[in-house]
Each structure stands twice: as structure tokens, then as C-alpha cells.
Design a protein around this ligand. Sequence first.
Ligand SMILES: C[S@@+](CC[C@H](N)C(=O)[O-])C[C@H]1O[C@@H](n2cnc3c(N)ncnc32)[C@H](O)[C@@H]1O
Length: 381
Amino acid sequence: MNLYAFELGRKRHLCFSELMSVLGEENFVEKNNDTATFKIDLSDPQAMQDRLGGTIKIIKILDNSKDLKGPIEKILEKDFSNHEGKIPFAINILNFKNPRQINIKELLSFSKKILKSLGNNARFINKNFKNTPPSTIFKSRVIEKGIDINIIRQDNGYAIGKTVSIQNIDLYSKRDFDKPCRDAKIGMLPPKLAQILINLAGPDTSTIYDPFCGTGTVLMEGLLMGKTVVGSDIGSKLVDYSQRNCEWLEKEYETSASYKVFTKDAQKLESNDIPNDLDAIITEGYLGPPINNTPSPERRKEIFAELTELHHNWLTNAHKITPANCKIVMCKTAYKVGEKIEHFPDFELLAESAGYEITKTFTYERPNQIVIRDIAILEKI
Ligand SMILES: C[S@@+](CC[C@H](N)C(=O)[O-])C[C@H]1O[C@@H](n2cnc3c(N)ncnc32)[C@H](O)[C@@H]1O
């Protein structure tokens, strides 16, 4: 087993919960501002990375020390003593409230000298001696051709490690933008968020169901993780979109897991609609009508009243027809009103009346969004 630090995405608490769910609380070592560290076996870091929507990069910790130059020299000698070709490299610092505490400029020059003394032609990619954006590390193929060294401030000093995998932004945008069917009107769930929702249900779900599947983002991400997926939607056009998107994914990624989609009002679900061995319902849900401006207080009240009825009906129904341990991971609507967020009123009571308790919630908003997703995990009472 080795120590790995996972650099957390923008919504750190949500990203951390995803890791706890996938990697297991028993393997957790410590959490700092930008990173969470786990002691695990990781034979294929990129494969793990590709299924974690909330992790920016995975760093293998190689040393713990107050001295930084010694460990960096050791790492570079080990990796580049017999190397050919130009080496792109970067040094990044994590968990520092005051980045000036570390002199990146000096460490970059030092590393360049070491690499030169080993007979290598090296180029550092940090701009203005500041941290390098993950997209630059990815695009410059630093992990494949060179090295990204990370200095991670932890509870007991500094950990020094190298990046072993990074978010593959090309793959995410291919799945998001190249799939055959998109529908801007219903709003689309980013594939990374769909992965997080699936992962929050736990590491052992093999069959999942999305009763508001829309264009099928949850279904596609589930298929890529090798899960059996079932989806339905009230709109037959959207069911057709989901079907075509899943077919596309199956061809592009050679997945072999099975999928089924059908048209259904989620409020009228029957037990023979869903598989007996269903592990979790994972859904973005219906967030309300599309809007361009913040609705008035009266309109928000109306929308929440409609959504309350919808959620009450489908949750009560789901409770009756799903296995006892079948969790629900869903999004509930919230609105950005000025600087504040108006959350779904009395959702806890609604869930309780349908037989569920909310065990976790997270707010997931992006700049300039009016409709915000509050993610909730529901378990049967
Ligand atoms: C926010 S969209 C889901 C988008 C989806 N996550 C995707 O990736 O495209 C909500 C979906 O809920 C569906 N919907 C609304 N009311 C429904 C109901 N009563 N039963 C089933 N689906 C419903 C809409 O047709 C819409 O496709």
C-alpha cells in the first residue's frame, strides 16, 4: 500500500465525500485544504482518476521532509538518469495559505540544474513561478514525458510526491459535446457531476436506475463504470435521445454492460419497471421549467409547490417498489437570488413523509447559474 494525495475539485466537501465513498473511510489518512490523503493499493491510477468526477489529480507521495531540495534531487535522479528527449516539468504547491512560504522559482532552477547534470534537456512549464493549471499539465503531457512534482503541506510537515494521473479533459468534453443527442432546454448534467452522483451511492452498486434520465448522462457514466443501467423519462423524445447516446457510448468505448430505457411518468412507476436487484436510484431529477432570469418570489413559490407534489409522488412510489437498502442520490432545486441561495423549502419533511431520511446534502453551483443543484442522499427510514 502507498500514500496517495487526491487534489480535490472546486466543491471540496463534495469531492471529498466522493473519495470517502469510493476508497473507503478505513483507508483515509488526512484531509487538508486542497487534498485528501489515502493509504491504498493503486495499480492503475489513471483508471481510478477517470471514474472520479471530483478529483483533479492523483499524487503518489514519495517522501516526507522539511528539506525540499534533497527529496526533489532523489526523485529526479531516480526517474531521469537514463532518459532521452526533452523533459517538461512543473512544481506545484498545495495546501499553503501563504504560497510565498515556498520559493518555487528557486526550486525550479534547482531542478533544471539537476536534470541538466543528468544530461537532460528540460523545460519548466510553470508560468510566473506560480502553480500550473491542471489543463496545462494535461495538454503538455507532463505526466507521460516529464514530471509534475508536488509539495503538499500536511499536518506534520511537507509531503513530496509526483502526479501519477490527471483529469483527462478531452475525454470529458468528448462525452459531453460529441454524443449524438443533446438538449440545451432541459439543461445538461456535466459528466463529472454524473460520476460524483453515482459514486456517492457507494463502491458496490452494480445496478442503477435514473427515473428522470433526459439525454442519459447518468446512464452513460454508469455504463462506463461497468454498471447495468436502467433509465426512464416522461418524454419519449428524451428516451430516444438516451437510447441513441447509450448506443454511441457502447460503440465509442466498447462497453459491454447492459442498458434499458423506457417512457414513464416517474410518479407512476410500478415494480415490474425496475430490476429486482436494484442497488441505487441515481438521478439529477426534474429541476423545474427552464428560465433565463431569477423567477419572482410568487413564481418560485409556485414552482416549489409543483416540485413538492412531483417529488412526494415519485419518492413515495420508489419507496414501495425498491429493495430495503436501495439509496437515492438526487438533485433538488435551489435558486440563486441576489447573493443568497433559496433552498427547496421543507424537503426533509417531504422526504420523511415518503419514508426517507436525508443523510447528506451538498450544494453544487457554478458562477452565473440561477438554478442550482442541491445534491441529497436519501436512505430508507
Ligand atoms: C433536468 S432534466 C434531466 C437531464 C438529464 N440528467 C440529462 O443528462 O440529460 C429532467 C428530466 O425530467 C423529465 N421529467 C419531468 N417530469 C417527469 C416525470 N414526472 N416523470 C419522469 N420524467 C420527468 C424531463 O422530461 C427531463 O428530461
